[in-house]
Design a protein around this ligand. Structure first.
Ligand code: GUN
Length: 298
């Protein structure tokens, strides 16, 4: 009998969003999220549209800034500074990727840490690695929610994270470590990656290569979280697949996230949760001097 469990990210995300909506009503607050989209990357437009729709459903006001590809970097930084200084804005999301002439690290670092709902500012990255209570990146936070809902306590599990991006791989490893896992991070220079992966109780695949991991990478009974969203052409039609060969993994894993309908909805749900958290923290904490508007220019 195949006792494999499909991990339903759509249902889990709906639960998180329901809780966010209920908390917003309970606290009587009206959080606002500013979303900045630079350029015309089609996938980014789809993501931003989904984020705005989910925000409205959760009771979060969204402010959209769609900027032309050739906008000067200084104008993007000026917009971020204006949003940092606006007390009616609780969260700021700068959609990635950015056009090449805008320095990603500089732009992300310009967002006030208290409004950094992506958790990409170095203050939040550092806080996560030190185990402080900070805003954490949405996709890894969503993966942790799914893993804890599937396995309960993660203490002592061997987790393998494949991919070392700032958005997923590195923060994912930090969150798993905080949950008392033994963590291995594999990447393009890893030696014997498949053998190392086959020792894992938990596999988080975030490489961006369609169907790269088949059953030969997996220990029987492991739990697989597939972060990849790749569009492929097959049999004359286009479809979305993950970094894991789903049909092959089915025979080996005890539980797995589908693509689509697994991790994707969780990323958006945790963006809303982070916006609520930011709004509550801002309501209880006077802004620090470093986040206040610059007196010399105002
Ligand atoms: N582009 C792809 N994933 C993300 C994300 O989690 N946050 C932002 N800001 N941009 C992205």
């Amino acid at each position: 009998m195949n006792s494999l469990k499909l991990i339903d990210g759509k249902a889990a995300a709906a639960g998180v969003l329901r809780q966010v909506k209920a908390d917003i009503a309970r606290h009587g607050i009206h959080p606002a999220l500013a979303v900045i989209l630079v350029g015309d990357d089609p996938a980014s437009h789809v993501y931003v549209r989904n984020k705005v729709l989910r925000a409205e459903e959760a009771g979060i006001r969204s402010l959209e800034y769609r900027l032309p590809t050739d906008i000067p970097q200084a104008d993007v930084l000026a917009l971020i500074a204006r949003l940092n200084a606006d007390p009616s804005v609780n969260g700021i999301l700068l959609q990635l990727p950015l056009p090449a002439h805008i320095e990603e690290a500089l732009a992300l670092q310009a967002i006030a840490p208290s409004k950094d709902v992506d958790g990409f500012h170095s203050e939040n990255v550092g806080g996560l690695s030190q185990g402080r209570d900070v805003l954490t990146p949405c996709t890894p936070s969503g993966c942790m929610h799914l893993l804890q809902a599937t396995l309960g306590d993660l203490s002592g599990k061997h987790a393998v994270v494949i991919g070392r991006s700032n958005i997923v791989g590195k923060p994912m490893a930090a969150l798993l470590l905080q949950a008392h896992c033994s963590v291995t991070v594999l990447h393009s220079r890893s030696v014997n990656a498949r053998e190392l992966c086959r020792q894992a109780d938990i596999v988080v695949a975030a490489v961006g290569r369609p169907q790269m991991l088949d059953a030969s990478w997996l220990k029987p009974g492991c739990v697989v979280i597939d972060v990849g969203i790749n569009r492929i052409e097959a049999g004359g039609r286009s479809r979305l697949v993950g970094d894991v060969d789903f049909d092959s993994a089915l025979a080996v894993a005890s539980a797995i996230t589908p693509v689509p309908g697994g991790v994707g909805p969780m990323t958006i749900a945790f963006l809303m949760k982070n916006t609520l958290t930011a709004a509550l923290q801002q309501a209880n904490t006077p802004r620090s001097l470093s986040e206040a508007p610059c007196l010399s220019t105002c």
